[in-house]
Design a protein around this ligand. Structure first.
Ligand SMILES: Cc1cc2nc3c(=O)[nH]c(=O)nc-3n(C[C@H](O)[C@H](O)[C@H](O)COP(=O)(O)OP(=O)(O)OC[C@H]3O[C@@H](n4cnc5c(N)ncnc54)[C@H](O)[C@@H]3O)c2cc1C
Length: 533
C-alpha cells in the first residue's frame, strides 16, 4: 500500500462532480483548502538498535529477514485511520519501529520474544497494516526500542479437512490470497470486510473483525475453531472440539488480544463450499425506524440473508451505500422523490437454498413496508464495495475531514444510541466551525441487536484537523459509553478506544485483562501501548 493513502497510487480516484458539488455547497470546502502529502518532507526517526542488536536478530530469523532501512520501517509506522492519513500530511517526522523483523516459523517467533525480553525491546505484530485504532503505533513502552514483527512468511494453507469443513491457514495470509488457496479446493471463508484486499487472517483474529457477509457466515471470531499464539512464556493452542465444556473458552481470551499477549501464527477456520449462486435485491424503506424494524424481523425469524444492510436517510441521499460514481449526486428513484432508506440484501448458497431464503426474506421486508428496487443497487454495491476507501484520500486532499466509527447495541436501544452519537459528532464539528454530514448504516445484524456504522464528512478547520477529529471522536465515544453501546463492534480497542474500555468491562474486567497480560507477557514486551488499560 502507498504510505499516505489507502491502496496503491494507481488506485487513486479523483472526485466526481457530484461529490465536489456536495463539498462546495454543503460544507463550504474547496480543493484549495486541502492538505497534500509531500513525500520529500518525510523523515524517519533513527533506529535505536545497534549493529550487534541487528546481528543478533539476524541470527534468529536469517539475515534477509531483518531490516532497519527507512523504506521498510516507514510503511509499518502507522495504520490507516484518518488521523494516520492526516499525520502523513501534517507530521512528516515519523516515529518508526526501530527495525522490521520477519520470522519464518513458531520457533523463530519464540526465540525473538525471548531475545526481546532479555534485551528490553518491545514488539508490535504487523499483519496487513489496516488498523484504524492506533494498534500499530510503534510504542516501546518502558523498553529501549520497538520492533515491527511482520507475519508475511506465515502464508500457507497448512491443511484442509473437507469432511469437517475446516482449514488451518497462516496468520499472515491476506484475504484474497486465503480465498484463492481455498478456492483451489472448492471452498471459501466468506469473510469480506471492506479492508479485504490488504488485511490478514491474523489481523482479523486479533481484532475480532466482522465482514460484510457476517449475517450469513458470522463474524471472524465465530469462524475461528482454533488459534495458535506464541507468547513470551510459551505457545498456546486454543480450541479443540467443535464445542467444549472444558472450562472457559481460551480462544475468547486470544481473539481480540491485538498482539498484547503474543504473536498469532495460524488459525483453524470453518470453511464453506464456494457458493453456487448469488442473488441480489435492494429495497427502499420510508424511514430508518421502519427499515430497522424490518431487519430485526428478518434476523429474529432467521430467514437467512448472507448480507443485509440499511442506510439511513442521509447516507441514502448521497448514494454512499452503493459507492459508485454516483456518490453525491442524490437519489434517483425515477420520480425525483426523496429516496428514504436503502436496504441491500444478498444471498449465497445452492440454487434451491438461496431461492427459498431470498423468497422468505423479501416477503418479510415487503410486509414491513419495503419497496423492491430490483437487483441493481445491491449489485452495484457488491461491485464497488472494496473501492470506496480510496475516496477518503481524495476527500482529504480536497479539504474534507472524513472518518468512520462504529458501535453496537440491542435493538431496543438502537434509536437512542444513533441519536446520541450523531448528535455528539454534529455538535463537536459544528463548534469547530464546520457543518457536518453525519451518515449511518446498520452494518451487521444479530437476533438481539445490531451495529451502527457512522461516516462523517466535514470541513477541515484550523491548523490541526487531527485535533479537530480527536475532539469529535472523543465526543462520540463518550456518547457511546453514556448511551450503553459498545466502544467498538469490529475495529478493536487499540490505543484510541483504550480510555473507554474500563467503562465497558468494569474494574474487575480490567484486573482480569492485566492478570492475563502479566501471565503471558511478564516483561510487557508485546504491543505495550495497545488494549490493556
Ligand atoms: C478502509 C478500511 C476499511 C475497514 N473495514 C473493516 C471492516 O469492514 N471490518 C472490520 O472488521 N475491520 C475493518 N477495518 C479495520 C481493519 O482492517 C481490521 O481491524 C483488520 O482486522 C486488521 O487486519 P490487519 O491484518 O490489517 O492487521 P494490522 O492492522 O496489521 O494489525 C491490527 C492489530 O492486530 C495486531 N496483529 C496483527 N496481526 C497479528 C498477529 N498475527 N498476531 C498478533 N497480533 C496481530 C497488530 O499488532 C495490531 O494491534 C477497516 C480498515 C480500513 C482502513
Amino acid at each position: 500500500m502507498a504510505l499516505s493513502r489507502w491502496g496503491t497510487e494507481a488506485e487513486a480516484r479523483d472526485l466526481g462532480e457530484g461529490i465536489r458539488g456536495l463539498l462546495r455547497d454543503v460544507l463550504g470546502v474547496t480543493a484549495e483548502s486541502g492538505l497534500r502529502f509531500d513525500p520529500g518532507a518525510v523523515t524517519a526517526s533513527p533506529s535505536r538498535l545497534t549493529e550487534s542488536d541487528l546481528m543478533a536478530l539476524a541470527d534468529i530469523v536469517g539475515e534477509g529477514n531483518v531490516s532497519a532501512d527507512d523504506a521498510q520501517r516507514l510503511p509499518r509506522a502507522r495504520g490507516k485511520s484518518t488521523p494516520d492519513l492526516l499525520s502523513w500530511r501534517l507530521r512528516p517526522q515519523v516515529d518508526c519501529p526501530d527495525a522490521v523483523v520477519a520470522p519464518r516459523d513458531d520457533d523463530e517467533v519464540s526465540a525473538l520474544l525471548e531475545w526481546c525480553g532479555r534485551e528490553g525491546v518491545a514488539i508490535v505484530p504487523f499483519g496487513g497494516g489496516t488498523s484504524v485504532v492506533g494498534g500499530l503505533n510503534p510504542d516501546a513502552g518502558d523498553h529501549r526500542a520497538v520492533i515491527s514483527v511482520d507475519l508475511a512468511h506465515f502464508d500457507a494453507l497448512e491443511s484442509i479437512d473437507p469432511e469437517s469443513g475446516e482449514a488451518v491457514l497462516g496468520a499472515g495470509l491476506s484475504g484474497p490470497r486465503a480465498e484463492a488457496l481455498l478456492a483451489d479446493h472448492g471452498f471459501s471463508l466468506g469473510h469480506f470486510p471492506q479492508s479485504f484486499p490488504y488485511a490478514t487472517l491474523g489481523g482479523y483474529a486479533m481484532t475480532r473483525s466482522s465482514g460484510q457477509a457476517s449475517a450469513g457466515y458470522g463474524r471472524f471470531d465465530e469462524m475461528v475453531r482454533g488459534v495458535t499464539v506464541v507468547t513470551p512464556v510459551g505457545v498456546i493452542e486454543a480450541g479443540r472440539a467443535p464445542a467444549s465444556a472444558a472450562g472457559p473458552d481460551l480462544r475468547q481470551w486470544l481473539l481480540g488480544s491485538e498482539g498484547a499477549f503474543g504473536v498469532c501464527t495460524r488459525v483453524r477456520l470453518r470453511i464453506h463450499p464456494v457458493p453456487e449462486t448469488v442473488r441480489h435485491e435492494a429495497f427502499r424503506f420510508p424511514d430508518f425506524a421502519t427499515g430497522a424494524a424490518a431487519l430485526r424481523a428478518v434476523e429474529q425469524q432467521g430467514t437467512g440473508p448472507t448480507v443485509i444492510r440499511l442506510s439511513d436517510e442521509s447516507e441514502t441521499a448521497v448514494n454512499l451505500a452503493t459507492a459508485t460514481e454516483a456518490i453525491g449526486q442524490g437519489p434517483d428513484d425515477g420520480e425525483g422523490q426523496a429516496a428514504g432508506c436503502l436496504c441491500l440484501t444478498l444471498f449465497e448458497g445452492t440454487a434451491d437454498h438461496t431461492g427459498s431464503r431470498h423468497a422468505e426474506t423479501r416477503a418479510l421486508l415487503l410486509a414491513h413496508g419495503g419497496v423492491s428496487l430490483g437487483a441493481g443497487p445491491a449489485e452495484a454495491w457488491e461491485h464497488g464495495r472494496f473501492g470506496a476507501p480510496v475516496l477518503r484520500d481524495s476527500l482529504i486532499d480536497n479539504g474534507a475531514l472524513v472518518e468512520t466509527l462504529e458501535t453496537a447495541t440491542d435493538w431496543s436501544n438502537l434509536p437512542a444510541l444513533r441519536e446520541a452519537v450523531a448528535g455528539a459528532l454534529s455538535a463537536s464539528l459544528e463548534s469547530s466551525g464546520t457543518p457536518a454530514l453525519v451518515m449511518c448504516h446498520i452494518s451487521h445484524v444479530y437476533p438481539t441487536g445490531a451495529s451502527l456504522y457512522f461516516t462523517v464528512v466535514a470541513g477541515q478547520r484550523g491548523e490541526d484537523p487531527i485535533a479537530q477529529w480527536t475532539d469529535a471522536k472523543r465526543a462520540a465515544s463518550e456518547a457511546i459509553v453514556r448511551a450503553g453501546g459498545t466502544i467498538t463492534h469490529h475495529h478493536a480497542v487499540g490505543v484510541d478506544h483504550k480510555p473507554y474500555l474500563a467503562a465497558e468491562i468494569g474494574e474487575v474486567g480490567v484486573r482480569m485483562l492485566r492478570a492475563v497480560k502479566d501471565a503471558v507477557d511478564p516483561r510487557g514486551v508485546c504491543n505495550p501501548g495497545t488494549l490493556v488499560p
